[in-house]
Design a protein around this ligand. Structure first.
Ligand code: ATP
Ligand code: FE2
Length: 323
């Protein structure tokens, strides 16, 4: 069985093709970037419309298949920006109708989790989901991905992007901060805000915006501080839940320093650790296609009405029927 997955929740449009064993046959994407400043939602919609057909053709080409070889269409139903979400939703509906095959709208955060479970082979991990809008510590219990800890204000990726914008960097700022951080070893103290397994970043951002230190030192200190917070919260979750595996997934999981810190903590506790491969950490269509396969095989059916986009759909609202 082949599933084609379409992603367009925010800055990236992606089209991936996977089979029902979890082999990725194609994973084409394009991200709206800027020279400086953030991204405008309207510009993202224009970008996604422009690249939809190009990426679709490219994905079919890379996978060496014809449209008629596809058995299932999956797309990101939410959460995300209303306008960008509709690009994948309408593309997916049109394709499924034309090919007369089933359509499934899937949850974007759960797709980040499931692609990490696929690459790790973990059965019951604590999941540190770190991306643009979301930063959550998650564990599966009684048929749902329960959020046991999370940011009380902004997601870590959005925090890094906002801080980087202030330094004059363009979107996405997170990877550029990682590069600058490597050029310093000077730690300047920043607020360290954690309560149990919840944490917050906006106070750190306010403080950073007033500091006049060298950008490299600020980037280094920011990474050391926020990744220590995330490592501490993950360690507490592993201890409380008595789990033996830690999976880090989502766009910020591309960061090497975060992986190093989590790995050090896991080694000290005898925990297995997996950092999702960089090619699958940020938004892309393969993770959407893979979750589509899991849901479809478990019997998920959606009426056309149920495939309407949902801007605020949280991971913990999804019934995990495939486990
Ligand atoms: P969400 O999954 O919460 O809806 P999203 O889909 O907008 O968020 P992702 O593509 O999952 O975002 O992640 C994008 C974020 O990851 C951006 O904020 C970007 O700056 C950040 N990011 C990407 N690479 C790195 C890196 N190497 N270090 C730190 N942050 C990074
Ligand atoms: Fe994402």
């Amino acid at each position: 069985m082949l599933c084609l997955g379409i992603e367009s929740t925010a800055h990236t449009i992606g089209i991936g093709i996977v089979d029902d064993k979890g082999n990725i046959l194609a994973n084409e994407r394009s991200t709206l970037t800027t020279e400086s400043g953030g991204i405008h939602p309207r510009k993202a919609v224009e970008h996604h419309h422009l690249f939809y057909k190009i990426l679709l053709d490219k994905a079919l080409d890379t996978a060496k298949i014809k449209p008629s070889d596809i058995n299932l269409i999956a797309f990101s139903k939410g959460p995300g920006l209303g306008g960008t979400l509709r690009v994948a939703a309408s593309g997916a509906r049109a394709l499924a109708t034309k090919l007369n095959i089933p359509l499934v709208g899937v949850n974007h955060p759960v797709a980040h989790i499931e692609i990490g479970k696929l690459t790790s082979g973990f059965k019951d991990p604590v999941i540190l989901y770190v991306s643009g809008a979301n930063t959550q510590i998650i564990s599966l219990a009684a048929g749902k991905y329960r959020v046991v800890g999370e940011t009380l204000d902004i997601g870590v990726g959005n925090f890094l992007d906002a801080f980087g914008r202030g330094l004059g960097l363009g979107f996405p700022q997170g990877p550029k901060i990682e590069v600058l951080a490597k050029q310093s070893k000077t730690y300047v103290e920043l607020p360290y805000t954690i309560k149990g397994m919840d944490f917050s970043f906006s106070g750190i951002l306010t403080k950073l915006e007033r500091m006049k230190n060298k950008p490299e030192d600020l980037c280094y200190s920011t990474q050391e501080t926020i990744f220590a917070i995330l490592t501490e919260a993950s360690e507490r979750a592993l201890a409380h839940l008595n789990k033996k595996e830690l999976l880090v997934t989502g766009g910020v999981a591309a960061n090497k320093r975060l992986g190093e810190m989590l790995n050090t903590m896991c080694e000290a506790r005898g925990i297995k650790f997996h950092q999702v491969p960089k090619a699958l950490s940020g938004d892309q269509g393969a993770m959407i296609a893979w979750l589509g396969v899991l849901e479809h095989k478990a019997g998920r059916k959606q009426t056309l009405k149920e495939t309407e986009v949902d801007k605020n759909w949280r991971a913990d609202e999804v019934d995990v029927i495939w486990n």
